[in-house]
Design a protein around this ligand. Sequence first.
Ligand code: GDD
Ligand code: MN
Length: 391
Amino acid sequence: MYKSEYGYIINFPLSDDRGKMRLLVVIPTYNEAENIEKLIPSVFEHSPPETDILVVDDNSPDGTAEIIDKLITENKAHLHIIKRPGKQGLAAAYLTAFDWGLLKDYDVFLEMDADFSHNPKYISEMVNNIQNHDVVIGSRNVKNGGIEGWSFLRNCISKGGSLYSRIILGCPIKDLTGGFNMWTSNALQKIDLHNILSKGYSFQVEMKYRAWYTGCSIIEVPILFIDRKFGTSKMSKKIFFEALINIWKIKKATGGDTTLDQFIKFFLTGGLGTITNLAIFFVSSDLLKLPEIPVAIGCFVVAGTQNYVINHKWSFANTTGSSKPSIRKWLLFLCASLTGLLVNIVIMKSLIMNFNLPYKFIAQACGIAAGMIINFIFSKFFIFRSKNCAE
Ligand code: GDD
Ligand code: MN
């Protein structure tokens, strides 16, 4: 019996023999009774001879663990189970398993789902590739890879999730969200598993990002992901939104924002400012019947102030650091916003005068974009520039 650092009881003793390249296949399960019995023999069949499988079950109500127990009696040496008291998420399941496997000196670890979405036939190719790389990703988003059987929506969520994560993290991996990945023990040690933030599906993104960030050699091999035939997906709205937010936390924990991150935040801040502006305008002008022009000026100042504070505290937080907002910079920011407005008007007007546009709002959209870029450049290089620069 062994108690891991994460506090879970491992109920099956392992022999301590060490082979050459020992592979541990980790399969997290929650209600996979219909799949697991067939999957285990198939994984053994496609893996090198000394491979072990470790199932991490979260007390599945459908009796998944009992099926494993039964298989263990037939296959004692190579099949293991960690039984956890309740559903604690994908990340915790994998972390417990890695912790256990590293302690047992496995050389290579493979993560895979229990529902046959990850076909065991790809294992041998992944094993070949792990000889020359730290990480092998079973990838749906490279040439010859793909997804079969997912709804259009689920496909969009997955592709969108990968793209969203790639842009925010600035990481070139094409399938960041997938869960069919092979790691050398060396890679797992580099990743610093004990500081992983994710609890749910963003775990996959975080692992890969950390591997890339720490300079692991990574290869993506194509896989065809096939939707499960039995049981149901454990993906939920909650898990999805947790993942969206986690990407930012992952980014923050490892390094500063890129210019693109800053621009996205700056853009969102501007959008919020526009809403504030319109709301005040509506109350003052429509409800209180105050004159429009002074109201518009007031709206500009209030929304501009809001933008200034949010940009200081959020969009450019990694350059402003702990410095406080100042009156001088606030005034500079309002000037930059006015300049942006001026650029907006000049571009809009000249486009309308020089081109035969079907709609004027196209000119205005170009004007807004130009104004925003000017304002961003001012903000980044002048107003919110690094605290190391002279004030
Ligand atoms: N132990 C444990 N605890 N296992 C879990 C838990 C949990 O809380 N939640 C899910 N699992 C297991 C499932 O039983 C399955 O074996 C595997 O994790 C994947 O769960 P699915 O519910 O089948 O995921 P999916 O098909 O919706 O999601 C697929 O795509 C995701 C995003 O691309 C998988 O490939 C995921 O790995 C991938 O992140
Ligand atoms: Mn699945």
